[in-house]
Design a protein around this ligand. Structure first.
Ligand SMILES: *Cc1c(COP(=O)(O)O)cnc(C)c1O
Length: 409
């Protein structure tokens, strides 16, 4: 220990692993779409904890559900029946293609369950050699050993030993490469309907339909990673509804917990057939606190008209962003995304723009392909849209000023 006394003016250096470049701002509380620091500075939160706080901060219905459950029982383990989990699973099945649900604590774990399920499906049918999964360039599926292999990004794979075997990656939009990658060892295709971390690239609906047809033709399972796109984010309950096709397996997380860590792997009866007694497990997954919050999130998101309002608000925001692009052609190159999962593809460095937006009191998130992501809570209305666009306008002006400075000098 250092013998020098630590004061508020000289905070101790962080002992957290330096795996994140954290902004020098800490939030003490939140109200709806606003995150507030200890000194009372208010930030309009259009990052929502990376698409996690679907209902904003301190939503009264979620606070009530969590605190009521906290006063009853926190954790019992999957050794016992959990009525709130049974109820949440049933509601998810009723609202989707799925017949079976496995709860997890995170997105990566939901994808691990999806990957194991796809492999086990074929093994249980007498084809253990069919274990390979085809994924797409620019994908992000998580940070476990299997999901970094699935995502295929070298910067996440390097240095962590042999890459987990069984993932074949093809270019995003190359049908020939995809067909060539399908072999007698292929078990499944895995894709995000809209790439999140990869830069808000939408898979054209026609391509999702073709992937479905291809899976049916070759006896492959289709896995949709809807961890970021799900639970109303795109103006549909799940993004694949935009294309009118359903997967065999789907991973969800982020929005379903509204800020409480949880995820789930959803599947058809057929796809889940290999996942028999003892084949998979989790200590915390499906814990009563998470289940209470998940049900409370669905109370709001599945209420009549909620998702339709998200779609309308998303359209209005998108129209305003298109105007902003016309006003700042040297900064903004393109508007991407669906619903309230929108992206600004920039000409200038995206992380500089994120910092300028933060200086204007607006939180947004960077993504791959030089994109700035707007992932506001789904509860925003006209006021927040206008305020966000005004702040984005000022951030773009600040970026433009830095472009012009050298010429003016
Ligand atoms: C966030 C995300 C993940 C990983 O979720 P974690 O909870 O961080 O493990 C996986 N896939 C997609 C599409 C995501 O957006």
């Amino acid at each position: 220990m250092s013998s020098v006394s630590q004061t508020a003016a000289t905070p101790s250096p962080s002992v957290l692993l330096p795996t994140y470049a954290r902004a020098p701002v800490a939030f003490e509380r939140g109200e709806g779409a606003w995150a507030i620091t200890a000194d009372g500075t208010r930030y309009l939160d259009f990052g929502a904890g990376i698409a996690v706080n679907a209902l904003g901060h301190a939503h009264p219905h979620l606070v009530e559900a969590l605190t009521a459950q906290a006063g009853r029982i926190w954790h019992t383990s999957n050794l016992y029946t959990m009525p709130e989990g049974e109820r949440l699973a049933r509601r998810l099945c009723e609202a989707t293609f799925a017949d079976r649900v496995f709860f997890t604590n995170s997105g990566a774990e939901a994808n691990e369950a999806a990957i194991k399920m796809a492999r086990k499906y074929h093994a249980a049918k007498g084809h253990p050699e069919r274990f390979r999964i085809i994924t797409f360039e620019g994908a992000f599926h998580g940070r476990t050993l299997a999901t970094i292999a699935a995502g295929g990004q070298q910067k996440y794979i390097d240095g962590f030993g042999p890459k987990v075997e069984g993932f074949d990656q093809v270019p995003f939009d190359d049908r020939e490469a995809l067909l060539a990658a399908i072999t007698p060892e292929t078990a499944a295709l895995m894709i995000e309907p809209i790439q999140g971390e990869g830069g808000l690239r939408s898979v054209p609906p026609q391509m999702l339909r073709e992937l479905r047809a291809l899976c049916d033709e070759h006896g492959l399972l289709l896995i949709f990673d809807e961890i970021q796109t799900g639970v109303g984010r795109t103006g549909k309950f799940f993004a694949h509804e935009l294309a009118g096709v359903t997967p065999d397996i789907m991973s969800i997380a982020k929005g379903i917990g509204g800020g409480f860590p949880m995820g789930a792997c959803l599947a058809t009866e057929e796809a889940a057939a290999g996942m028999t007694l003892g084949s998979h497990g989790t200590t915390f997954g499906g814990n009563p606190l998470a289940m209470a919050v998940g049900n409370a999130v669905l109370d709001v998101v599945l209420a009549p008209g909620f998702i339709e309002t998200v779609a309308q608000t998303g359209l209005r925001l998108r129209q305003s962003l298109a105007q902003l692009k016309d006003q700042h052609p040297e900064v903004i190159a393109e508007i991407r995304g669906e619903g309230l999962m929108l992206g600004l593809k920039l000409h200038t460095p995206n992380m500089d723009f994120v910092a300028e937006a933060r200086a204007q009191g607006l939180l947004v998130v960077g993504a791959g392909d030089n994109v700035v992501r707007l992932l506001p809570p789904l509860i925003i209305g006209e006021t927040e849209v206008k305020e966000a666009v005004a702040r984005l306008d000022r951030a773009a002006q600040a970026v433009e000023a830095t472009l012009k400075r050298p010429a003016a000098e």
